[in-house]
Write a protein that binds this ligand. Structure first.
Ligand SMILES: [Zn+2]
Length: 179
């Protein structure tokens, strides 16, 4: 089984929940013919609701999770539901499991007992204050280097112009001397 995880939820945790859900389902449904290459794509839901999608008798499912935090029994029941489609069942046959309600909460208590009430996304690391200071120091250093270069260019240009001025001063003085 493969997981293409496009969220910041831990792939390892998702794998554990998905695998355990499958293991339990396989007790009644038997092994799925394509489990070894079965692919879950985990994305964020565009609505607030966690949802999924799988072909009837397919070998892949899309699991769409809400951001930040998802209740474990919901993930397990969703995976259960999509796997049942992969086993060839349509909604009529899935029956009560179709509804993400109290029925699912009760029948997926094992998931909560095993993995806790909810899974949470890993947070994006915030840059520490020292990192920010380091960042600003680097910006300052490169600013100093940039202006030092401009200063050097200006000094060279000024030196050339002064030499030129002296040349004309001498030339003009010599002409006045001749006249
Ligand atoms: Zn369905």
């Amino acid at each position: 089984m493969k997981i293409i995880n496009e969220t910041r939820y831990s792939t390892r945790t998702l794998r554990s929940i998905f695998t355990e859900t499958y293991r339990r389902l396989a007790k009644t449904e038997g092994p799925h013919r394509a489990w070894s290459r079965y692919t879950f794509r985990v994305t964020y839901t565009r609505t607030k609701a966690t949802s999924g999608c799988a072909w009837i008798s397919g070998s892949s499912a899309i699991i769409r999770l809400a951001r930040n935090r998802v209740r474990v029994h919901l993930v397990a029941s969703l995976v259960d539901h999509e796997l049942l489609h992969s086993y060839g069942h349509r909604h009529g046959a899935i029956g009560a499991r179709w509804h993400f309600g109290k029925a699912n909460e009760d029948s997926h208590l094992w998931a909560t007992e095993r993995f806790g009430l909810a899974i949470e996304e890993k947070q994006k690391p915030k840059p520490a204050k020292t990192d920010l200071q380091e960042h600003r120091y680097k910006l300052t250093i490169s600013g100093v280097a940039r202006w030092e270069k401009k200063l050097k260019t200006a000094q060279t240009r000024l030196k050339n112009l002064r030499q030129k001025a002296r040349y004309y001063e001498r030339a003009l003085a010599a002409r006045r001397g001749v006249e």
